[in-house]
Every structure is written in C-alpha cells, then in structure tokens.
Design a binder for this molecule. Structure first.
Ligand code: GLC
Ligand code: CA
Length: 569
C-alpha cells in the first residue's frame, strides 16, 4: 500500500512538473498585441481611450486571435509623456477609469484566455510623484535619496549628459541648490536605483499588479536604471557604433544593472509564471545575452533597436535610405542566434515609431500587398512577434500640419528648436516624418464620425483614411489586411516550425528579396518576401504554397511586395 502510494506520488509530482513546464513556457508560442490605451476606444466621450473602452472591444481582439496584450501605462500620471511619467504606481489614472474598471477588464480578458502584460516604468517617475515632491524640499528629506542629484552652480549643468527629448539632462532645483537628472522630459525624474528602500517600493508595486493576475511586464528603458556613478562626460560621435559605445556604461548599462535585475527577479519575478520583455534601449543585439540568459535569472526577452536605426540617424532622427541587405542582416542576426539563446522578440513598430506600413511598406499604391508582406515577415521570423494596435488594419501615417496638431512631447520639443531656424512648412514636414504621434492616432473602428473611436473630440487627430481603412470594412472583406492577419496568426500557431524551428537566411546578399527557411524535426517552411515595390526575380525550389498575398503563384517572378510561405516535404 505504502509503495503504491509512493508510486502514485511520483507519477503525480512528475505530471505537475511537466504541467508546470508547459505552463511556464506559455509565452513561447504567443505573440504580443500592443494597446495604446489613449487611442484604442473611448467609452465616455471625453476624446480619450479608456479601460471600459478596451473591455468593450475584447471580442474584437479575440476574433483576431489575440492571446497576450501589452498595455502601455494606465497609472496615475500628469501625462507629460502620455503616461510614461507616473505619479502613483498602484492607482489607475482617472482618465482611464477606476480600479473596478481595471478588475472588470482583467476578468474579461481571463474569460477569453487573454493574458495581460503591463508597462513597468521605473527608470523615472513624474516630478508630481509624492516621492519627488518630498525629495526636492531639502537634502535631509527621507525621499531625497530616491532621485539622482548633483550640486553645482545654477546655469552650469554638472556634465554634458543630454535628455533624449532635447536639451541638458540636468534641471536646477532651487530649494536644495542642486541639479536633478532626467534622461527624458523635465517632468520624468530619474530614480536612484542605488537606494534599496526605493527598490523595495518598486518591488511592492510590481507585486501588487502580479497578485491581481497580471502575466508580466514590458520594462520601459530598463537599461537606463544603472548609470555611471562617476558622472563622466559622454564622448560624442556622429558614427552610430561609436556613439553607442560612448553612451554604454555611462548613461545606460551601468555597473549595477545586472545586480538590480537579479534582485528584481529574485524578489518578484521568480515567484510568478510570467513573461518579461526589456526595452533594450542602447544595447545592440550582440550585448543582450547577459540580460536574457536563463542561467542569469534576469529577464526572458529583450527588444533591441538594431533594425530601427538603418533608415534614420540615431541622434537627429533624420531619415536616410534603408539598405535592405543590412535590414535583413539585422533581423536574421536573431534568427541565427536561436539555437543558443532561444526566443527573443521582433517588431516593426510600436508607439515610439512611425507606422510600420508607411515606413517599410507602401501606404499608397501597394497598401494591401505590403501590409500583408510585413505581416508575413513578422509572423515567420524566429522570434515572438510584437505589433501595435491598428497594424492589423494597415493603419498608416498621416500629415501633421501645425504645432497645434502635435501631442508628442518629443516632437513638440523638436519643433520648438527647429522653428528658430527654419520655415514652418519645412519644420512640419520633418516633424511629420518622425513624430511618435503617427502611431498614436485613434484606432479606426468604422466610417462614422471620429472613426467610431469617440463621440467627442479625439485627443489626437484621426487619420483621414478612416473612411476606408477600418475594422467594419475589413472584417467583411476577405481580401483585407485584417483577414490576412487572422490567417497568418493561425498559420504560425499551427506550424511549430514557424515558432521553434531553426532559422536559415538563404539569400542574405539579395538586394530585394528576403528568403529563409524554418525547420523543426521533419517540418520545413520556406518564406519568400519581395521587400520592394518592384518586380524582381528569385529562383528557388517551391513546395506546397500555404500562404500568399497574391491570388496566384508566378514562381520565381515576384511581384511588388509579394509574400509566399511554402511547406517543403
Ligand atoms: C520608452 C517608452 C517611450 C517613453 C520613454 C520614457 O522608450 O517607450 O514612450 O517616452 O521610454 O519613458
Ligand atoms: Ca474616455
């Protein structure tokens, strides 16, 4: 009897382990749908999207096949940087709703088997956070050491560190006769991660949401939480690689970064079955292993910017021509790492970039073809796909005509600088090409007023193409980008080779075509993508066509933005 019981116990505990493992890996075959809450769905006519709005659209997300959502910040905030400036980590901003609205939204997601990832913004808080309001009062205030201070002379910043949103990274504080550090806007004050009390408070806040049933975190500029303790000057360079080198270890990726992430993992993350993705600001792909190596117990995945700086200057954001061979190489670099490092992430856009369709496709003549080609690329690469709300409709850039139409603090600062030297038309042209407002325009539900986003005046202008590009139209059109996303999402889910399969770029030097295979056990897929608006030729041995954005297959003659997936027997 005792033996049977023991055997049973062993069988039972093995089952638990196996079950635990599959559960623990739930994120490996998912993809991430990013909701930018301000712009998704307004429920009360104030022109700003909110949690009740999201709850009312969960069936839409389910119909698309969404299983995991990354929600940009919803916490109390003065909204200087649209919620990336938090003044209370455990309170919902009234603009988005109440805690009851949050609970209802989360329950609605649970019911539909959708998981929720929150945005963790802990490099900085708002200057209106009670901690900072206290901290700035005096040097002996208990909260003073929650932030980073440097004494000096008013008008002479302590070093040449600059804010990513323009100007010096240092701001004078009269009461203490010191400067405080802010790598983003003046209202986003950098926290002092060297302070263990401060770290405790962050861990508490993280735990609060995880205990509510949230499934993980996207970690905002997490590489910035440790900076150089000696505050040495940055060595500037116009060369991107050299510039990154100059910043590395000084303003980000400082000496304690791994210590903090390990502690965070130990104190919080390891206690839950969750998914984490760090925003790898400044870190290039070659340097991310320590952050995501499972043996290091830090984060699970990272997203980097290597492929995002090939068509613009890193410092000025000035557009340059995209070299497709380099672009492919940047993406393939991850695929090639798959064997040693497991899954990472891939994205072509988010709330900080302009719309991917306008950037990497053609939002006019070949809107439909290129939108589908980009979807194919995203879902067949060797990584976890991330995309932004509206990409599934082929939402694209619009034109911003004057400063009054801008809402992005980064774009407004850039405008204020540029207008001192250039005429307004040319300023608005260049700002339109880079403003983050492009990806934040209201979601296009239907062709009624304000695209069905709000019954009031939207906080940011609606793209005028909403009369045709909208959910209502695309749902009923079998040829729509929306229906193609549904297809490609199903395709990836049904083909383990597209998720875990080895990646092989078969024509890295081809200037127009991206061709690669994904292979797992006996299953092999071949993916052929024409990344350009031109006809081109690419010879290959086809298999059984399982997905295409054209109605027929002309073999090696590829049409503009043609995308094909074959199964090879
Ligand atoms: C991240 C966010 C961006 C924000 C910045 C500062 O890059 O994605 O929107 O402005 O961090 O929090
Ligand atoms: Ca609202």
């Amino acid at each position: 009897m005792k033996k049977i019981f023991l055997n049973l116990l062993i069988v039972f505990s093995t089952t638990i382990t196996v079950f635990g493992q599959t559960q623990g890996n739930w994120w490996k075959d998912t993809f991430i749908y990013q909701i930018y809450p301000r712009s998704f769905q307004d429920s009360n006519g104030d022109g700003i999207g909110d949690l009740k709005g999201i709850t009312s659209r969960l069936d839409y997300l389910k119909s698309l096949g969404v299983e995991t959502i990354w929600l940009s910040p919803i916490f109390k905030s003065p909204m200087d940087d649209m919620g990336y400036d938090i003044s209370n980590y455990t309170m919902i901003d009234p603009i988005f709703g109440t805690m009851a609205d949050f609970d209802e939204m989360l329950a609605g997601m649970k019911k539909r088997n959708i998981r929720l990832i929150l945005d963790l913004v802990v490099n900085h808080t708002s200057d209106e956070h009670p901690w900072f309001k206290e901290a700035r009062k005096s040097k002996d205030n208990p909260y003073h050491d929650y932030y980073i201070w440097k004494s000096g002379t008013k008008g002479v910043p302590p070093n040449n560190w600059f804010s990513l949103f323009g100007g010096s990274a240092w701001e004078w504080n009269e009461a203490t006769q010191e400067y405080f550090l802010h790598f983003f806007s003046k209202k986003q004050v950098d926290l002092n991660w060297q302070n263990p009390k401060m770290r405790d408070e962050i861990y508490k806040a993280m735990t609060f949401w995880l205990n509510k049933g949230v499934s993980g975190y996207r970690m905002d500029v997490i590489t910035f939480i440790s900076k150089s303790p000696t505050f040495e000057n940055i060595k500037f360079s116009s060369n991107r690689a050299e510039m990154l080198n100059g910043l590395n270890g000084v303003v980000f990726n400082g000496p304690h970064i791994h210590e903090y992430l390990k502690e965070m993992n130990d104190r919080v993350l390891s206690k839950y079955n969750l998914y984490t993705v760090g925003e790898g600001a400044g870190i290039s792909l070659n340097n991310i292993d320590p952050f995501i190596n499972p043996e290091n117990h830090e984060l699970q995945t990272f997203y980097t910017f290597d492929h995002m700086y090939l068509d613009k200057d890193m410092m000025t954001n000035k557009p340059t021509k995209l070299d497709l061979v380099k672009f492919k190489a940047a993406l393939s670099a991850w695929g090639n790492k798959l064997d040693t490092r497991g899954l990472n992430t891939i994205y072509l856009g988010n709330h900080d970039q302009v719309r991917s369709l306008s950037r990497f496709g053609d939002d006019k003549v070949y809107r439909n073809e290129s939108g589908k080609m980009l979807a194919t690329l995203l879902f067949t690469q060797a990584n976890i796909p991330f995309f932004l709300q509206g990409d599934e409709l082929g939402m694209s850039n619009t034109t911003f005509k004057g400063k009054e139409e801008l809402r992005d603090v980064f774009a407004i600062n850039a405008y204020n600088q540029a207008i001192k030297r250039f005429p307004v038309d040319s300023v608005m042209k260049s700002i339109s090409a880079i403003t983050r407002d492009q990806s934040r325009t209201p979601f296009q539900w239907d062709n009624s007023a304000n695209a069905g986003f709000s019954s009031g005046q939207p906080w940011l202008k609606v793209n005028s193409n909403y009369t045709t590009v909208n959910v209502k139209n695309e749902k009923t059109d079998p040829n729509s980008i929306f229906n193609f996303y549904k297809k490609v999402i199903k395709l990836r889910k049904g083909n383990p080779a597209l998720i875990q399969g080895a990646f092989n770029d078969i024509a890295p030097e081809h200037p127009e075509v991206y061709a690669y295979t994904r292979e797992l056990n006996s299953e092999k897929c071949l993916i052929i993508l024409n990344l350009t608006s031109k006809n081109t030729i690419f010879s290959y041995k086809p298999g059984k066509l399982i997905l295409s954005n054209y109605t027929d297959d002309k073999g090696e003659a590829l049409r503009p933005y043609e995308a094909k997936v074959y199964k090879i027997q």
